[in-house]
Ligand binder design. Sequence first.
Ligand SMILES: *Cc1c(COP(=O)(O)O)cnc(C)c1O
Length: 377
Amino acid sequence: MRKIQMVDLKGQYDGIKEQVNSSFQEIIEETSFINGPHVHGFQKELEEYLNVKHVIPCANGTDALQIAMMGLGLKPGDEVITADFTFAATVEVIALLQLTPVLVDVDPETFNIDPQKIKDAITPKTKAIVPVHLFGQVANMDEIMQIAKEHDLYVIEDNAQAIGANYHSDKMGTLKAGTMGDIAATSFFPSKNLGCYGDGGAIFTNNDELAHTIRGIVNHGMYERYHHDVVGVNSRLDSFQAAVLRAKLPKLNGYNAARRSSAAKYTSALKNIENLETPVLIGEQDSHVYHQYTLKIKNGKRDGLAKHLQEKGIPFGIYYPIPLHLQKAYADERYNEADFPVTNQLVKEVISLPMHSELDDEQIEYITSALIDFLKK
Ligand SMILES: *Cc1c(COP(=O)(O)O)cnc(C)c1O
């Protein structure tokens, strides 16, 4: 059996090696390291793939979130509602811009922000909602967009984990994750579903004016060379990363289908096992791209299982072990433990299995057998 890895970037590289190597060679020969033709080419290709008017590449997903909030003109003291159960980057940039993060609990089945909890958290200071499409499944955008409309709030989608997922909406039709809100941020960190070979990110929007504002913000607030109209940042995708992403983008649907197929195999092998709950898919198959395949392990058995997997040489991840409202940097007297029953429970139960486009049946069989052996004894 091939060695099991949490993500298999080398195996994936083997399928795009010639294109990546020749692009890298060309970039070096042409010394087009920054803002070269690959960056522009990738931008256009991603706009087409997502069916969105504007893609603005930047240096990483955390920057993308920050720049999106800067572009919307959010001001210190504005409240921004997001999920308690997500990667810290989401809340970090809210705090960094001196906006007020308002963390709310999530849905126990999808792990995504609970629309009812959003409603409960709205105050006159609320300006934006940041749904995170966690683990690759799109949040309940129909309800979130409705709430945003009623209360005149911006929606900033954190699409770092769900690129390529489709959302089948009653009202909006079928749209790609990251193209429904006012603006979206994504990450091309190597382990994401569409990952480069270093850091990378992008912002998407259908709003022409916002796109123009943001193109200046990513470039030191310049709209005309050496005229700095607003305080900006320096956040660029480099040509090497763009070249990798151009090689991978045409294969993204295939990569996501491979993840979905591995997820289905895991789920079918792990049905009806005591103390184990497989991920819940809401909606159609293609609305989940399984950035992570995350189980819930009940009755205090998660940590013992983790130890067992480690002994068997099976990598796993605990995403995420601590609710954001309990992290030192983001703890606040405003929060009440009773408001986070779901997240507080999930952090004790979740465990993510190896998930990538290169998993084979023998590996899946080995992993699921190890889980079953432990939970049945
Ligand atoms: C990865 C990730 C980010 C940050 O992306 P970076 O490129 O690592 O800065 C933000 N939000 C979520 C949900 C992520 O998974």
